[in-house]
Design a protein around this ligand. Structure first.
Ligand code: LLP
Length: 427
């Protein structure tokens, strides 16, 4: 599943002892495994191989330049959702034709930057956006290649904040209106409306919603082709699950078993946009225990990482398995499970320093005894960890390290107090 394992009582990332990395670079610290990123990418490429897909890594899940460079080396394409993400991908020297750009609100400045770069596809989400893109492309004397993002009204059965393919969400154009959009814009010389894009939510741990949304989108393609619109590409989005607790997510092969037959022999370029399924288990967050305290029956382990480093528990009540890096008494977890309760553990909440009750990383966990200075690992933090982090409470953002075999390389310096104020100083 990943390259984080306990060796001689201490957590290792690939061949490097995480204690050594944490002592060298400090905490809170994100540690990523290059090998895990590569393995996860390969599994997707192999499973969907019969479709010869374009795998567009979803940059928002973890956008560090050095991670993007690993994926570029693997031959990935890239899914961006802002001018900032576009700038990152261009910075690592990705062929712009390998970039797809989604998002409900693209400013003129962002659209112009993408047109200047000559990106592969604009995933457009509304009529007004299409009109704006066409006008700006005309000014650039260029033709923008467009996939219309459709909203298939399918329930992905995931958290309401990350549900995107239900009619009442802000994303895409509903299937009924999509044909009209083609009628209205297909002849516009500044755009080539040649694809459909669909992304229903994240994480989607069931396969049926994917099947349903793809079938609906294929139905629209048939309808469009009958009206003379040639669709060359379908982008089926991201949202593939990852194992946070046990084996709850389908594997890439499971998804592919049901998705590949739907799309094979359809003469379409197929694109996928995985983020979490590549990165979640390729990264962990390491924190140091600062204090312990009790309040009535309740026990707290207070660490130096917070909701500012990993907001997923606070925002989605997300489960992240947590365990000491070098557990007392050599208590190695047999699995990363929500139910794990070993002898000698105590029931605690793991909380951070931020002045909010919502600042917790884990609630009601059976943890081995923790002492001041002990390191704690919060697993599955590689996706939507650092990329959603903030400086709230004027906390400098964490450092990031990428491990490759025996080597641990700092890929983002820890922010300093100077970084916190530099942009605010009046000359
Ligand atoms: N494509 C589009 C158009 C998306 O909006 C997203 C994610 C993806 C691809 C990648 O989805 P993935 O394969 O990573 O599941 N912050 C939330 C997740 C928000 C996902 C937003 N869109 C979390 O921490 O769970």
């Amino acid at each position: 599943m990943d390259d984080f394992s306990y060796i001689n009582g201490s957590l290792h990332c690939e061949s490097v002892n995480v204690q050594t990395i944490a002592r060298k670079f400090g905490t809170p610290l994100f540690v990523y495994s290059r090998q895990t990123i590569i393995d996860h990418y390969r599994k997707i490429a192999e499973a969907f191989g019969p479709l010869d897909p374009r795998i567009c890594y979803s940059v928002k899940s973890c956008s560090n330049l050095n991670i993007l460079a690993v994926l570029k080396e693997m031959g990935a394409s890239f899914d961006v959702v802002s001018g900032g993400e576009l700038a990152r991908v261009l910075e690592v020297g990705v062929d712009p034709k390998r970039i797809v750009y989604a998002g409900v609100s693209k400013t003129d400045r962002e659209i112009n930057a993408a047109l200047d770069a000559g990106i592969g596809w604009f995933n457009v989400e509304s009529e007004q956006e299409l009109e704006t893109l066409a006008n700006l492309a005309a000014k650039h004397n260029t033709v923008a290649q467009v996939a219309l993002r459709v909203n298939p009204d399918v329930d992905p059965q995931t958290h309401r904040h990350t549900t995107t393919g239900k009619r009442e969400t802000k994303f895409g154009v509903d299937l009924q209106r999509a044909a009209n959009v083609f009628e209205e814009f297909a002849k516009n010389p500044a755009i080539k409306l040649a694809g459909l894009h669909v992304h229903i939510g994240s994480p989607v741990n069931r396969i049926e919603p994917f099947v349903e949304s793809i079938k609906k989108t294929l139905g629209l393609i048939v309808q469009l082709s009958k009206s003379g619109h040639a669709i060359t590409s379908i982008n089926i989005g991201g949202g593939y699950g990852a194992h946070y607790s046990g084996e709850e997510a389908p594997t890439a092969a499971d998804y592919a078993t049901h998705i590949v037959p739907l799309l094979q022999d359809k003469n379409l370029t197929v694109m996928l946009e995985p983020g979490r399924s590549i990165m979640a288990n390729a990264g962990v967050l390491i924190a140091e225990t600062i204090f312990k305290k009790s309040s009535g029956d309740k026990k707290f382990v207070i660490v130096d990482a917070a909701m500012t480093d990993l907001i997923r528990p606070a925002l989605y009540d997300a489960f992240h398995f947590a365990w000491p890096v070098a557990p007392a008494g050599g208590m190695i977890p047999p699995r990363r499970s929500q139910e794990l309760k070993l002898e000698g553990t105590e029931l605690v909440d793991i909380v951070g320093p931020v002045c909010e009750t919502g600042d917790f990383l884990a609630k009601d966990r059976w943890l081995p005894p923790m002492s001041r200075g002990d390191l704690l690992c919060i697993f599955s933090a590689g996706a939507y960890g650092f990329s959603m982090s903030s400086q709230y409470n004027s906390r400098p953002r964490a450092a990031e390290v990428l491990v490759h075999g025996h080597e641990a390389k700092l890929i983002r310096k820890r922010e300093t107090y100077e970084d916190l104020v530099a942009l605010e100083r009046q000359k």
